[in-house]
Each structure stands twice: as C-alpha cells, then as structure tokens.
Design a protein around this ligand. Structure first.
Ligand SMILES: [Zn+2]
Length: 1116
C-alpha cells in the first residue's frame, strides 16, 4: 500500500535486478496464495518499499511501461479474499488508487495493462468503499473510465473491468446524472445486443450499470427520447425466446431492471404502453409461470405492468359519500371545511404524476443524502419532545358552574339509600319515532318481512316510497325465478313471504328464527326490531340484516390464521392485467348502485344490498361471470375512509367460486395479507341451527391497484392509488342470502338491545343505572352506564365505603369500523353484571362509569372512522364542540366534573381495534418513556414518575392469553395529543389512562397463537380486563402487596423496554390513531419470496453526502 503511494507520484523506466527478484518472490507468493505466508510477503513488500523510497531509479523501474512490477504489487492486494482490500479502503487507499489512475492516464500512450490492472482493483475496492462514487468524481476518474471505455468497445478484456468500475460509479446518483450527460447511456446501448452465449458477463454488468443510471429521471428521459424502450423490450423478448434452458435469468432480470427504472417516469410509462409493453411482458410472464426459478422475472414484470397500467378513476360520480347530512354549522377549519370549500366537480382529480413511492429524488443537485435524512426523521418525528406538552395541564377549560350540569349523572355520590327511588337524569332527548316499516332484508329468496305485524299500515312518506321501489325490484326477481325455478329449503320455508311484498295483503310470513335464547342470553330478535325502530339513520334504513336479527353464536371450531399461499397475489394481479389485455372479456355490468337506486336485474348476476344499519356498500360491478368489483361508500361528510364493509349477497350459484374485489381501500397494508379472513354469515346455516359469522374466503390478498386516488382524498398527496382487497368464496347453499363483513358486526341497535337485556341480570346486590348522556347529531341517544355494588347496609360505614369507591371510567367504539371494541365492551359489561363473587368483589371496589359507544351515528350509518361531522372523534378531545362532537364534549364533561370534585378516576380506558397488528395490547402515557425515545434525556432525569401505569397492562399480560406486553407502548406522540388517552392523562390527571387495542386478525403468541380472533375471545378479553382491575386493587392494598410484589416486576420490565427503545414494538404507528406518515415499501410487494440479499460486490452501499467528506478528500 505504501509502495502504491510512493509509486503513484511518478512513472519512470528500467528495473533494478534486486527489485525484480523481490517482485518475482511476491508474484510467486501471490500465486500460491497461502495465508500463512502473509509474514513473508510483508517482509518482501517492505524490502521493495525500502528500495523505492531510497532509490529514485528503482521507482522508475517498477512503474516502467512494459514492466509487470505494478501488476504484481496490485495483484498482491487481491490475495486472501477481500481482507486486504478492506484494509486498503480503511487506510484511504481508494483515493491513492484513483490518483494512480489519473497519473497513468496522463501517460501517452497510456499503459493498457496498468489501466486494466487498476480498474480490476478499483472494481474490487469500489463496492467496499461507501464514498467511492464521490471520491471518483472529485478525483476526476469518471471521465477517464468513460473515455477508456469509448476507445475499447471491442476490447473485451479491458471492457469488463471498466464496466465494473462504471457500475460502482453509477450507484451514486450525482454521478449517474453526470455520466448521463456525457453520453454513457448511449454508449452502454452500443454494448447491449441480441441473444448470444458470448460475453454474457459483460452484458450483465452493462445492464446493471444502465439500470443504475436510469434511476435518474434525466437519464430515463434521455432513454425514452432515444427510443430505447422498444429496444429493451425487443432485447428482452429475444433473450426470452432463445434462453430456453434458462441459463441467463440474471441477464433477463437485468433487462427488466432497466425497464423498471425507465417506467418510473410518466414518459417512460407512456413509451412502454406505446411499445406494446403490457402485452409483451404479460405473454412472456405467462410463459414463465411453470418454471419456479423464473419467479424473479415474473415478479419484476408484474411490478412494471402494474406501474404502467393506465390509472382509472373510480367508477362513481363523486368520491364523497352518497348520503348527505347537513351539519348545524361547518367547522372553520379541518377536513370538513376543506370538503365544503371545494367546487362540486373537482372532488376526484386524477393525476398521472409520478407516484412518490416508486421514484427517487432527481439529483441534479448534490442532494444525495436527503432521502436518507427524511427516512431517518420520520421514525422519530411524531414523538412529543416538548416537555411542556407532556406535563399535566392544570387549568380546566370549562368553568366550574358549567360542570354542575353533570352532577345529576353521579347520584351515587349523594345517595343516602333511605329512599329507594332513584332520580333519573336524562338530558332532554327527543323520543325516537318510527319512520317506516321495518323490513328484514332480502334478496330474491326470502322476501321482505314486514315487522309491523299483520295489517300493519306501514309508514307514510319517504320510507314507504323506498319500500315500494324495493318491492318493484323483488317482483322482477320473482319473474326471473319462475322461468328457471330453483327450489331451495329457504324459499320453501319462506314462500308465504312472497305475498308480503305486494303490500296489499299485509300478511306476515313465517320466518323460522333459530332458537338461540339459551345460547345468547342477551339476544332477542323481537327486541332487536323494537330497537331498530328507534334508531335514526341518515339514509332512513327500513331493513334489518339477518345476522343482527338472528344473532351470532360463536362457532366452537378453531379458525386458524391462513397460511399465505404462494403466488396468490401475483395470480390476482395478472387477472387484473388481463382486463387490459383482453378488454372484450370484461362485462363491466353495474349490478348495484346507491347513486342510481334502480337497476335492471336479469337473474344472471349476484344481487347485492347493504341498505341496513352499519351497511356501506356503494356499488357493485360485475367484471367477469364470477368476479365483482365492489366500491365502499365514504364516511358521511367525507371523501374517504374506506375499510369497514358490511353487505348482503344473494342469487348465487352453488359450487362456483366467486371473486370479490373491494377496490377502494386506502391503507397501505392490511392483515388480509397476513392470514386474516373476511366474515360470512349464511342465512341458510342460521335457519338450520347455526346462526353465526364464520371466517371465510380463500385467495385473499391486499395490493395497490390501478384506481387513482384523488389528491383531495389523500391529504394532498399526488399520484396515490387505491388498494384492492380480494377474496374468493364458494357458496354452499342454493337460494341462500349471505352477508360479508370486515369484522363481526355490532350495531347501535344491538347495543341498545344488550343494554336492555342487562337490566334482567340485575340482582339486589348490583347498583346499575342507565342514563342518556346526550343526543348525537343524528338524533340518537348516547347511553351512559353506572355499575357498582349496592352498599351492604345503610349503616354509615357502608354508605361511606360506597361513596368513596374509586372510579373506573371506560369508553368504546369511537371508531365505528372497530366493531371488536364493542365485543370486548360486551364482555366487560356482562362480567360486571355477573353474580360471581369476583364480580361482586369488583363492584364493591369501584364505581364503573361506562360510555359503551362514543360514536353511535358513525356505527349506524356504516362509517369506518368518523362521526356525522366527517371528523375522527378521537382527535377532538382537546377542544370538543358541544354541537359537532356532543358525545366527546359530554364524556369529557363527566371527567372534568369528577376532577373538579377531587374524584379523578383511578383508571381510564378507551377500547379500540387494530387492523395491522396481532394480539391485544395497550397504549399508555409516560413522560419518561416518551423522553427516552428522544435525546432529551437530561430533562427526563429530574422527573419523578410513578411507574404504576405499567401495572395494569402487566397484570393483563399474565392473565389474558390474547394480551401481549411486548406490543404495548407508553410513548406520547404529537399526532395523538387530542386523543382520549392523552387528554384524559394530561388534562384530567388520570395516570392510568389507556387505549386498549384488540386485533381484528388474531394472535401470534399465547394460548391463541395461530388462531383468528372471535367474539368469544374478545368477550373474554373484556372480562379479563375486569379481573385485572380486581387484581390491581389487591396489589395496591398494602397487606397483600407485600406477598405479591415479586409477582410484578415492573422495574425490570421498564429496564428491558428502555434497552429496546429502537425496536418497532415499543414505538408503533398504530393505525388506530393513525398518522399519515406511514410508508410501506411496495416495490417488493409482488415478490412472494424475498429476493436474496444482494452480493455486496454487486450492489455497493448507498453513497453518503458530500458535505464533510468532500472537504476532507480535497484536503487529502
Ligand atoms: Zn380506533
């Protein structure tokens, strides 16, 4: 290495015999490559060094033209693998080698052998040196290699190392731009040729280099201008045809790599389509399908085709919700204000701009590490670092006299139990009036069942009109049926119902309701219908979905998380691409459309319906005979949020596989890619004694599709697409009516039914109150429950104990799409009402204040996330509006009232559901743990913080099999500052303030590992939460704590968690309280198998920036 340094300075002639001899020895050693000879070679090289340092003549000799001296020395670097190269790089050898390259190039004529040797070494050194690209540019080496290449296009011996070095240069984005300007793209295209068995390694390096250069948008444009896209496609086809034994997959993949990078720009995609690229890649891929080793080709082809697939608008007139709800006033700012400010015709803007996911920053400027910095930042961006925002907020936002109105919700605090009558505290609620006849929904088999009773007049007005319209539809169906009679058991049983649809007879059909009274003590179909009558929906629904009417009995069999089947996603994507390749095969028949209301039904297609509580299907389009595209309605007063779904299907053929595609999903990823199935409810099964939701569907996957998502609905981000959730179902029964849902439905009417049934569980020991906290925007009441134990006697001691019980405040279902939260809440409520000694002990320990559904309107109207105000209610806790967010305003009011009378709850917990993670877990709040995530350690050291916020989750992790401590987090994020958890912690001062997240999918640990979650497990979770509260009580009582302190090693846990601050489990972007920052790498999504780690020799690490290094290099 020192020799190189000395020699690098000058070149002279003649060799001294002594040096010759030493070089000979070195060469011999290099040849033998015996590691133990390292000492010997060090000895020899040091002698050479001594000679050239002391004798000018020797130096001249060694570097003389025609002398092999340099080669021998350089070759010695290659011995013993990359170890010496690594040392060379670490000692700054790259710059010296580059300098040597410059010096050599100035010789005339330059020494070809030396250039060859230098490039060979540089090709090895380059990939080991992260700053190689920058160093090469600064030293001016780029042009030397390029001109050498230009002069030696036919000289294959020299070509290969030069190209290898060029490939390393090109990995640096600034270099790529500069090389492109110097005509290197064109130069490389001279080397790329048709299929040949010769010089494949040269071709491979050329293609890799080209692919690297084409990452630059300027180079991609250049390639499009020179019409290289058809050239690349032709070359690809040629190799595909001739490489029949698949010896050169790497070359074929490298060609695709070039196409992939060119098509990152709009012009490239246009050129690709014009060159018939879709058809070429589609047919070549189809031919590759049978050979597993060709998967990388298929995957890359599929990626390119999807990128180039022309973007379509969703086939809907507007992306806003079909239903409109007039707000009392439009908020001054926020998403709703934006929505209302837009002119009606610009709500869905399709732009063809480059998707940011797939393109690199154009790097005409030296901004090499900008991307890196950005990526680094997003990881910690959201953590609250402002300590003033983490400290408790003292002043109450509402005056005390204002909070007095909540006193009546706490009669337990003034109750003396001398008089038995409890005063009722209801804010004046408009009594629900029945709007229209309530009809059990149907498709063609069971006709609408009027639940008004025999001779029921049915409602007047709009509701009736809707029903008549529906009747007309039914008759069409029946006509269709009579031509091809299908006799199913359900139809047989329900045949009387046909008369019902004519409305004139008003005869009530006999519907066989499964007898589930014993299994479902809280369910009562008749009561459910009564509840529905009092539920007010914006679309004024007049139907009831069978599953909600019959109820759900959790199946006893296990439902495993699905194994991901190889190649499913790819197959689905190919079917989508075929729509473009064979457009004539596509039916494109609209079979359901909320915007149109009336459709022709020819009996050839499935029938869809979702006009019932929590339903939200907007449109169904039959694409192929057994394939349907489905579009979900946006949340009311919003133009997005689609994830939750609930709809009815009928008119199916038995034994045929139907593919359903929900084409306007928004999340970048979903548990549907990790084993989660949809839920299906078969009315036939229900009638035959199994009323239940069952996990169903095969070939399930979730992927980005070709429907363009307007930037207006994507937070201003351009070039975004929707995602498809696809699943396939084979129906088992004729004339069945089936329902599909994202998760186990739990409607507002179901809640009201359950609450009414809870009354029946009351015993003399139980203190249960049900109040109406307030009325929602949509005119529905928001229930509030108080549960505790009656005082054991009216003695002063007992009354005193009663009045001093700490409060536990629970809420759920602020997000309508998270129905699992309601099932957990159901489990909690049932446990609290149970006669077991443990439940009694729990009731004697606390007073429970529960708001089981914070967002009734959202639930009723089939929203996924928002209330009628078009806002996420779990972002309104800092400043809830009494008009727009009454449930939040008043729930917070209750908490503020408790705080004002020094009765701050011991525990607050808000139940949620999580769509991207498995298990059940909690988010809490800790200043220290938040600050540990950042570098504000100094401030954290002075803080005293009680660690007890960890106790409850810790107990749960020991108690509840679905609960995972590892997924819990106690970090406060900026984006969550207005959530219930953070506001109740900071403003109300509840130290144990949590969000409890239950998976929508299943568990990957504990007793339920590998199983999808069901209502039984969710309800069990709700009960275990109660048991955990009891244990919390016992642990905090000093007598018992002594015995069990070893049981909860909170301190140790904390230390553990502190060690893994960077792990993804401690700090998570939970979807539940989403921040739009999340990005998932979708470039790899079409790879069912991960690509093997690239050889470090092949792909050099990304370059660092210039800032310091450039100066440092210049100095050296
Ligand atoms: Zn949520």
């Amino acid at each position: 290495f020192c020799i190189l340094a000395v020699l690098g300075s000058r070149h002279l002639t003649h060799l001294n015999s002594r040096v010759l001899m030493l070089l000979g020895q070195l060469e011999k050693l290099n040849g033998e490559a015996v590691l133990s000879d390292a000492e010997v070679s060090r000895h020899i090289t040091s002698k050479i060094l001594h000679l050239i340092q002391t004798q000018e003549k020797t130096r001249k000799e060694i570097t003389a033209k025609g002398s092999s001296g340099m080669e021998v020395i350089l070759a010695s670097l290659e011995v013993s693998g990359g170890r010496r190269v690594g040392v060379l790089v670490s000692k700054g050898g790259t710059a010296i080698l580059l300098q040597l390259l410059i010096t050599t190039s100035k010789e005339w004529p330059p020494s070809e052998e030396l250039m060859l040797q230098l490039h060979t070494i540089l090709a090895k050194v380059g990939p080991k040196d992260r700053k190689f690209g920058i160093k090469a540019r600064i030293n001016g080496a780029l042009n030397i290699t390029v001109s050498l290449l230009k002069q030696n296009l036919q000289n294959h011996k020299l070509l290969l190392p030069c190209l290898q070095v060029l490939r390393v240069y090109s990995a640096n984005s600034v270099n790529a731009v500069s090389l492109g300007k110097n005509g290197v793209v064109e130069l490389l295209f001279k080397i790329i040729g048709p299929y040949s068995k010769k010089n494949t390694s040269i071709l491979k390096v050329t293609l890799d280099t080209l692919a690297a250069l084409l990452k630059s948008k300027a180079n991609a444009r250049r390639a499009v201008d020179r019409t290289y896209v058809p050239t690349l496609l032709a070359v690809y086809q040629d190799w595909h045809r001739n490489d029949t034994r698949h010896r050169h997959v790497h070359i074929r993949k490298a060609i695709l790599g070039c196409i992939r990078n060119i098509t990152n720009i709009k012009l490239g995609r246009k050129a690709f389509l014009e060159a018939d690229g879709m058809r070429i890649l589609y047919s070549t891929s189809t031919e590759c399908l049978s050979v597993r080793t060709l998967d990388p080709l298929i995957n890359t082809s599929s990626l390119i085709m999807r990128k180039c697939f022309p973007k379509n608008r969703l086939p809907v007139p507007t992306i806003r919700s079909v239903f409109h709800y007039q707000l009392p006033h439009i908020p001054a700012e926020g998403p709703v204000a934006q929505l209302y400010r837009q002119p009606p015709d610009v709500d869905d803007v399709v732009d063809e701009s480059d998707d940011n996911d797939d393109t690199e920053a154009d790097t005409e400027n030296d901004t090499e590490n900008e991307e890196d910095e950005k990526n680094h930042k997003t990881q910690n961006d959201d953590i609250e670092t402002d300590i003033s925002k983490l400290r408790p907020k003292e002043n109450l936002t509402r005056p005390l006299e204002d909070l007095k109105m909540y006193e009546c919700f706490f009669p337990e605090l003034s109750e003396n139990f001398q008089v038995k009558v409890l005063t009722s505290c209801q804010t004046p609620a408009v009594l629900p009036k029945s709007l229209a006849p309530i009809v059990v929904p149907t498709a063609h088999a069971p006709s609408p069942l009027s639940l008004d009773g025999p001779g029921g007049a049915g409602g007047a007005g709009e509701g009736l009109a809707q029903e008549l319209e529906r009747v007309a539809l039914e008759e069409d169906t029946l006509n269709g049926q009579s031509q091809s009679p299908v006799v199913g058991s359900l139809q047989g049983e329900l045949e009387h119902d046909d008369d019902c649809s004519s409305h004139s007879s008003g005869e009530l059909g006999v519907l066989e309701v499964p007898d589930t009274a014993a299994l479902l003590p809280l369910h009562d179909p008749e009561l459910y219908i009564d509840m529905v009558k009092g539920t007010k929906s914006v679309p004024q629904y007049t139907e009831v979905a069978y599953p909600d009417y019959f109820g759900h009995v959790a199946p006893t069999f296990r439902e495993h998380i699905l194994e991901r089947v190889y190649g499913v996603q790819r197959a689905k994507i190919f079917q989508d691409i075929e729509r473009m390749i064979h457009p004539n095969d596509i039916l494109d028949k609209v079979v359901y459309d909320l915007d149109l209301k009336r459709l022709i039904d020819d009996g050839e297609s499935l029938k869809f319906n979702s006009q019932f509580e929590s339903g939200n299907l907007r449109k169904a389009v039959q694409v192929r005979k057994f394939e349907y595209d489905l579009i979900l309605n946006s949340d009311i007063n919003s133009n997005h949020y689609h994830q939750w779904f609930y709809f009815e299907v009928s008119g199916m053929r038995v034994g045929s596989s139907y593919r359903f595609n929900i084409i306007n999903c928004e999340k970048v990823n979903s548990q549907f890619n990790y084993g989660m199935q949809v839920l299906m409810y078969s009315v036939q099964e229900a009638i035959s004694g199994h009323p239940r939701w069952v996990r169903t569907g095969t070939e399930i996957c979730y992927y980005k599709n070709h429907f363009s998502r307007s930037s207006i609905a994507a937070g201003g981000q351009k070039g975004k697409s929707y995602y498809t959730m696809t699943f396939t179902v084979t129906f088992q029964y004729r004339d069945d009516v089936c329902y599909f849902a994202y998760h186990y439905p739990y409607t507002y009417s179901t809640l009201k039914m359950h609450l009414q049934k809870l009354e029946a569980l009351r015993t003399p020991q139980i203190y249960l109150r049900q109040d109406v906290l307030c009325e929602t925007l949509g005119g529905n009441s928001c229930p509030l429950l108080t549960i505790t134990a009656m005082p054991q006697s009216s003695s002063n001691d007992q009354i005193c104990q009663f009045k001093n019980r700490p409060y536990v405040f629970l809420t759920a279902r602020v997000h309508p799409g998270e129905t699992n939260a309601s099932w957990v809440m159901k489990g909690t409520l049932e446990f609290l009402m149970s006669p077991s000694p443990m439940a009694q002990s729990l009731r004697e320990s606390y007073v429970f204040k529960i708001v089981p559904m914070l967002n009734p309107d959202g639930v009723i109207n089939g929203n996924h996330r928002c209330s009628l105000s078009g806002e996420d209610l779990n972002r309104q806790w800092q400043r809830p509006s009494p008009d727009l967010h009454p449930t939040i305003f008043h729930t917070k009011g209750l908490l503020q009232y408790l705080s004002s009378i020094q009765r701050v709850p011991l525990v607050y917990c808000d139940y949620h559901g999580h769509s991207r993670k498995k298990n059940v877990f909690m988010y809490g709040c800790s200043i220290k743990e938040t600050l540990w995530q950042t570098n504000v350690n100094a401030a954290a050291c002075d803080l005293q913080e009680d660690l007890s916020y960890r106790t409850l989750p810790k107990i749960l992790s020991q108690l509840a099999p679905a609960f995972s401590m590892a997924s819990c987090s106690f970090v406060v994020e900026k984006s969550k500052e207005s959530t219930a958890r953070v506001v109740v912690w900071r403003e109300i001062g509840v130290q144990k303030s949590y969000t409890m997240e239950s998976t929508l999918c299943g568990c990957d640990q504990g007793k339920y590992k590998g199983l999808q979650i069901g209502t039984r497990e969710l309800e069990e979770m709700g009960a275990q939460f109660c048991i955990a509260l009891l244990r919390l009580k016992r642990l905090s009582s000093p007598l018992e704590f002594r015995n069990s302190s070893h049981f909860l090693d909170v301190e140790n846990d904390l230390i553990e968690s502190r060690c893994k601050v960077t792990s993804s489990t401690t700090y998570v972007l939970d979807e539940d309280e989403p921040s739009f920052m999340e990005e998932v790498d979708y470039s790899a999504e079409s790879n069912d198998e991960p690509e093997p780690d690239p050889d470090p020799q092949e792909t050099p690490a990304d370059e660092d920036g210039l800032s310091d290094s450039e100066l440092a290099l210049r100095r050296s």
